[in-house]
Design a protein around this ligand. Structure first.
Ligand code: GUN
Length: 279
């Protein structure tokens, strides 16, 4: 029987800490503002943006909402970002991804000032993470580190295996585990014998975007398993990249889906917004 890592409870604890900080700041006349930009009508993005604004409200962070039509030109979006970069009353800027076809995502993300890049996607912040300098860290992998630490799971000296090498999760995850003195291996779709590698993991972080891909045959007895995936299964239920029913009996601790990593992403976004005025 694995211990369940409760992302909902841990994310609430993080948000309550942030709320207490923003109240302290408000008493000194300091406010925190996040500008959220959504282009188009992607239903999943609309839900994510709504949840981010709700979390801002909970944490005492002011949110400014920019909902632009799908036919918005790249130039217009870049102009809005420039305007927000220049505004002293805006601390963080978030452009919800994916962007509609015809808009160059890299150009847009590069335009956000690294000092306001609360998603941690700007090359300057990615570079800072890789050389151990302070900067904004991508929210999902930062949330995984918080889940581990707040569950009392030691990272230092552990064999950590990351499955997936995306810019948003896999790569920054590897950097963060390394920063915590883990021994880190990154695997991906071309890894020759994936099972042989994942079986070595004391801490296994799975972010490959394939529903229920990792079953017990990939997992060492007693491993900690963190599932970053979220999918709607054929049965209509939400599931992760990990086959929970198969893995739970062999793991020592595991994140559920939903209620594991997901809630931590938004909590860490709130943390990044707060640090835009505190650090
Ligand atoms: N789309 C899916 N995940 C994210 C995220 O973390 N940030 C942004 N901006 N867009 C996303």
């Amino acid at each position: 029987m694995a211990k369940l890592i409760d992302g909902k409870a841990i994310s609430l604890a993080v948000k309550d800490e942030i709320k207490a900080k923003t109240e302290e700041l408000a008493a000194k006349g300091i406010s925190v503002t996040l500008a959220v930009i959504l282009v188009g009508e992607d239903p999943a993005s609309q839900v994510y943006v709504k949840n981010k604004k709700k979390a801002c409200e909970y944490c005492g962070i002011r949110s400014l909402s920019y909902e632009l039509p799908a036919d918005t030109t790249e130039e217009k979006l870049l102009d809005l970002i420039k305007e927000l970069n220049d505004r002293d009353d805006v601390n963080g800027i978030l452009v919800q991804l994916p962007l509609p076809d015809g808009i160059n995502e890299d150009r847009v993300l590069d335009e956000i000032s690294p000092l306001k890049d609360v998603d941690g996607f700007h090359p300057v912040n990615v570079g800072k993470l890789s050389i151990g300098k302070k900067g904004y860290v991508s929210c999902t992998p930062a949330g995984v580190i918080q889940l581990l630490k707040r569950s009392g799971i030691e990272i230092s000296g552990k064999e950590c295996v990351v499955v997936g090498r995306s810019n948003i999760v896999g790569k920054p995850m590897a950097m963060l585990l390394l920063r915590e003195n883990g021994t880190v291996t990154v695997t991906h779709s071309r890894t020759a014998d994936l099972r042989e590698v994942t079986k070595r993991a004391d801490i296994l972080v799975v972010a490959i975007g394939k529903p229920r891909f990792i079953d017990a045959s990939y997992v060492k007895d007693g491993a900690v398993v963190i599932d970053v995936g979220i999918h709607r299964g054929e049965d209509g239920k939400l599931c992760g990249d990990v086959d929970f029913d198969s893995v739970e009996p062999v793991a020592s601790a595991i994140t559920p889906v939903p209620g594991g990593v997901g809630p931590m992403t938004i909590a860490m976004l709130m943390y990044n917004c707060l640090s835009s005025v505190c650090d």
